[in-house]
Design a binder for this molecule. Structure first.
Ligand SMILES: Nc1nc2c(ncn2[C@@H]2O[C@H](COP(=O)(O)OP(=O)(O)OP(=O)(O)O)[C@@H](O)[C@H]2O)c(=O)[nH]1
Length: 447
């Protein structure tokens, strides 16, 4: 009935939501959905015969309905099987999945077009000559139904029939159960833009004004980048519904093809847009991985160096003090050898935690490698840093270890001088650390 609103030739409308329901049902529910879909096809056939005032007996209509059901369901079932297979291939990510979905939607709706038209002809519901001018709008209408409506039905059916064979979250992240607080506003902007574009097509003298509907790509991309996959799919479905209604009520059937293409393009674009938040989240995770040491959770060497270079440039320009402190656990090899590597790992974590408790939030501690750490202390004079190092040494003694072993560390401190770079400052602090080790360890030396 929704399809009929915008029917522009018999048996073909610009948009056929039933194709979306069928393809979503066989994709998510699988073969178990077929009896219900088949029943739907029989009911639709009776209703269609009444709509087109065809004089066929009940037996003929039942036969036609079953034939239509098989012709309609089989291509989408085969497409769904193919898409599931593609989706379960490892390393398959969202943009590729969207391409797979669009291709499967185009192909299965094309096959469904010819098999259904064939079934209609065989059942005497359509003259064979009509195929020539019906197949193209029939195909694009079915394809629009799949691309636009199937994602929403997939979202709903996935809740009712959670499928262990295919986990949607692998592609689109965990589902948000609620839309963001701005979702209604975004939908409203969308509806206003859509109405303006279609009123322009209705009341302007220029037929090209119908193409203004393609501007809807912009609010849909906005929604795709800021809302969950389900609410993106819902907004696309609502827009296509509104377009279909307005085409009907504003009498815009002469531009049916433009709106048919617009619905497909807007939906395909929004589906690709879903990849943007997924990529942003992946980028954030990667940045965290690169900037953090996985064992101790302090800054990584590369992150520390980047921060240090910035702070050094700023301190030199503003002529403010800055110090670098390097420390290394004493006889760490002995701890590893006697107590095992996991105790060694714990000592590294505890040492960092101890140091962090005595540092300010503006100081940056990073792991330089192995058991060596670097602390960047902006706005701090050397004597203060030396005192901080001594306090850390005192606290490290509190860490309890078996075999009468204790934890200590040696510290080297260097203060920033004019013309210093990170490398020269680090070399001086490292040389001071070497002195501290040489003088007997568990002490602070400075350069
Ligand atoms: N448990 C653990 N050990 C590590 C890790 N990274 C490096 N090490 C070990 O840390 C030890 C570093 O020893 P060194 O710094 O050369 O020497 P040391 O025993 O600490 O002696 P001094 O520095 O001279 O006091 C080596 O045995 C490495 O195998 C790590 O992530 N976890």
């Amino acid at each position: 009935m929704l399809g009929l609103l915008v029917e522009y030739t018999e048996h073909a409308s610009i948009w056929f939501p039933a194709a979306g329901l069928t393809s979503a049902a066989v994709f998510i529910v699988g073969v178990r959905a077929v009896p219900a879909l088949l029943l739907g096809c029989v009911i639709v056939t009776f209703w269609t015969a009444q709509h087109y005032q065809l004089s066929l007996s009940y037996a003929q209509l039942l036969q036609a309905g079953l034939l239509f059901g098989v012709a309609h369901i089989m291509p989408y079932y085969a497409g769904a099987r193919l898409l599931r297979r593609l989706a379960n291939i490892g390393q398959f990510y969202l943009p590729l999945f969207v391409i797979g979905f669009l291709l499967v939607a185009a192909l299965s709706s094309l096959v469904a077009t010819f098999s259904v038209l064939g079934a209609l002809v065989v059942s005497s519901m359509m003259p064979v000559d009509d195929i020539a001018h019906t197949w193209l709008p029939f195909w694009i209408g079915d394809m629009a139904g799949v691309i636009v409506i199937a994602p929403v039905f997939c979202g709903l059916l996935a809740v009712l029939y959670p499928s262990p064979k295919f986990v949607l979250e692998d592609y689109i992240g965990p589902q948000q159960t609620a839309a963001s607080s701005g979702y209604q506003f975004k939908l409203m902007v969308n509806v206003i833009l859509l109405s303006l574009a279609m009123l322009l097509a209705r009341y302007s003298d220029s037929p090209q004004s119908a193409f203004a509907v393609f501007f809807l790509v912009i609010p849909h991309m906005w929604i795709a980048c800021t809302e969950s996959a389900f609410f993106t799919a819902l907004s696309v479905a609502l827009s296509s519904f509104a377009i279909a209604l307005l085409v009907h009520f504003l009498g815009l059937m002469q531009y049916a093809m433009v709106y048919q293409f617009a619905i497909n393009v807007i939906a395909a674009n929004a589906l690709f847009g879903l990849a943007v938040p997924a990529l942003m989240t992946a980028n954030k995770q990667l940045r965290l991985i690169v900037s953090t040491d996985s064992l101790t959770k302090v800054a990584s060497r590369v992150h520390l160096q980047q921060r240090a270079e910035l702070e050094i440039a700023r301190s030199l320009e503003q002529q403010e003090p800055l110090c670098l402190m390097v420390f290394d656990i004493d006889h760490f090899k002995q701890i590893n050898d006697q107590l095992g590597h996991s105790v060694g790992d714990q000592v590294l974590r505890d040492a960092c935690h101890t140091a962090q408790q005595l540092l300010r939030p503006t100081d940056v501690i990073g792991r330089y490698g192995g058991d060596e750490f670097v602390v960047l202390l902006p706005h701090t004079q050397q004597d203060v840093v030396v005192a901080i190092g001594q306090r850390i040494i005192g606290r490290l003694r509190d860490i309890q270890l078996a075999n009468d072993l204790s934890v200590s560390a040696s510290f080297g401190v260097a203060a920033l001088k004019a013309d210093d770079s990170f490398r020269t400052l680090f070399e001086r602090a490292d040389a001071a650390l070497y002195q501290a080790k040489k003088k007997g360890r568990s002490q602070v030396a400075w350069h």
